[in-house]
Design a protein around this ligand. Structure first.
Ligand code: BDP
Length: 317
């Protein structure tokens, strides 16, 4: 009798639409307040609202659910439902996406967005289905540059240094082409590795350099802007396949809207971050970028699989 009552009550709740929401766990390595985390929160709110509370997005910030490689693995298995990661570590799982980590690939910001939000960007998102993921959109991550414990103002200054990179083959090759050694390591470990001298430097965009407080332990920031590696928002294909056609549109639209918001927050934070690290004692160098660019041919030679894609990217006007 009791059981019957529970079943009846549960079906009634479902009927009137106050069933327990389906929780979607979202992962990000950045802290609350960081543009990507706020972007995901916005996307979550739009999804909740538009599905009348059927879905609820819980955001786990600051790497609570693991480093990006683990988060990607868990998302493929549907143990995490929303992954906001850099495209760099996705390369190990889906090689073509690594093209976006090639040094000095994009002419400028306008070119970057035209490629990402045009047919090539769409094709890469679609390709992720092969590994069990659906790519919803890209987020801005600006340009990455080196920061070190000893000043670096030209490529020769990097010689012999150990530089932390993301788990990505192109990044290792890029650092090696400059005469340093690329050491892949999880983001959460970089501060201590810099502090204890396990590495002599790392590379990232200003908001990461600032919020992870790496400027405290590697105070020389050389703005060579070697890569414009975008961020990406991924969900499991297993989840996507269960969505109704209407929900698919809601998820896509929510992601698109959140990308517009994230880009706005990004611009603001990029400027604030540079000012903040300078105030915090970091020294910013604006080097001759062509000196770095000139040394990148070996990286292009090392990844012939990207040749066609690169040509198509360069042809985007
Ligand atoms: C930041 C990206 C983050 C990466 C991190 C890294 O936003 O997704 O994990 O770089 O270097 O810029 O690992």
């Amino acid at each position: 009798m009791r059981r019957l009552l529970v079943v009846l009550l549960a079906s009634l709740l479902v009927f009137v639409g106050i069933a327990a929401p389906i929780v979607l766990k979202a992962a990000d390595v950045h802290p609350h307040g960081y543009p990507t985390v706020e972007g995901i929160k916005m996307m979550g709110k739009v999804i909740e609202l538009m599905t009348n509370g059927k879905y609820k997005v819980e955001v786990y910030a600051s790497g609570q659910l693991g480093d990006e490689k683990e988060v990607i693995e868990q998302t493929i298995m549907n143990a995490i439902q929303i992954a906001r990661v850099s495209v760099a570590p996705v390369q190990t799982f889906y090689n073509p996406i690594g093209v976006f980590t090639m040094p000095y690939l994009f002419r400028d910001e306008d070119h970057y967005w035209k490629v990402l939000e045009g047919p090539i960007g769409e094709e890469i998102l679609k390709g992720l289905e092969k590994i069990g993921l659906v790519g919803l959109c890209y987020y801005d991550a600006g340009a990455r540059s080196f920061y070190t414990k000893k000043p670096v103002q030209k490529p020769e200054d990097l010689k012999g240094m150990k530089i932390r990179v993301q788990a990505n083959e192109v990044m290792i090759a890029m650092v090696n082409a400059l005469g340093a050694t690329g050491v892949p390591m999880a983001y959460a470990e970089v501060y201590t590795a810099l502090q204890t001298g396990v590495v002599d430097g790392a590379e990232n965009n200003p908001p990461s350099y600032y919020t992870a407080r790496h400027f405290e332990v590697a105070p020389y920031y050389c703005l060579d802007s070697h890569t414009r590696t975008p961020e990406i928002v991924l969900i499991p294909k297993a989840l996507w396949d269960k969505l109704t056609p209407e929900e698919k549109i809601i998820f896509k639209t929510a992601a698109w809207a959140s990308a517009q918001y994230q880009k706005y927050l990004w611009k603001k934070m990029e400027e604030e971050a540079l000012a903040a690290v300078e105030k915090g004692g970091a020294k910013i160098f604006r080097p001759d970028i062509t000196a770095f660019q000139k040394l990148m041919q070996p990286v292009y030679d090392k990844f012939p699989q990207y040749k066609d894609l690169i040509q198509r990217i360069q042809a985007v006007k």
